[in-house]
Design a protein around this ligand. Structure first.
Ligand code: ATP
Length: 132
């Protein structure tokens, strides 16, 4: 089966670099299933799972924003954060979710709602990815 090189990079670390068979992401315009020889493309990513198929196995990452660059034989995900499912601290994500929900419910002037909404999305995404 043909492969492409997938790299997942954040400002902090190289999270992943492997030859894989397929990558599935949620881009700005919806789901993208990427196989080798996909047309070149650069697009922003949503806060969503990234699913990787390699040698019949599936791995899942919680990715928070950033971009994907698709080239013929290489895909680079430049994300603000990315964690493999097994790396996710669920208690931390639950606490972040609660904090964000409290802020969104506060209806106070000083709350940055967009920021709280994004924190909530990151927390929910992490909880979902870890739970699969
Ligand atoms: P928190 O409020 O718990 O810090 P956050 O969504 O604000 O959550 P980020 O700014 O997205 O956190 O991430 C900061 C760093 O911490 C990144 O390296 C990210 O991978 C890591 N990280 C955040 N939440 C978790 C988690 N629940 N489990 C493992 N790593 C996490």
């Amino acid at each position: 089966m043909s492969t492409l090189l997938l790299e997942i990079v954040t400002p902090e670390r190289k999270v992943y670099a492997q030859e894989v068979n397929m990558v599935s992401v949620k881009g700005a315009d919806g789901e993208l299933g990427i196989l080798p020889n996909h047309i070149p493309l650069v697009t922003p990513l949503r806060i969503a799972p990234v699913i990787v198929k390699k040698d019949g196995a599936t791995e899942e990452f919680a990715v928070s924003g950033g971009f994907i660059e698709i080239r013929k034989d290489k895909v680079v995900i430049l994300a603000e954060s990315a964690e493999l499912a097994s790396e996710i601290d669920v208690a931390r994500a639950e606490a972040a979710k609660k904090r964000a929900e409290d802020r969104l419910n506060a209806k106070a002037d000083h709350v940055d709602f967009k920021r709280a909404e994004l924190a909530l999305q990151r927390a929910i995404n992490r909880i979902n990815v870890n739970g699969k």
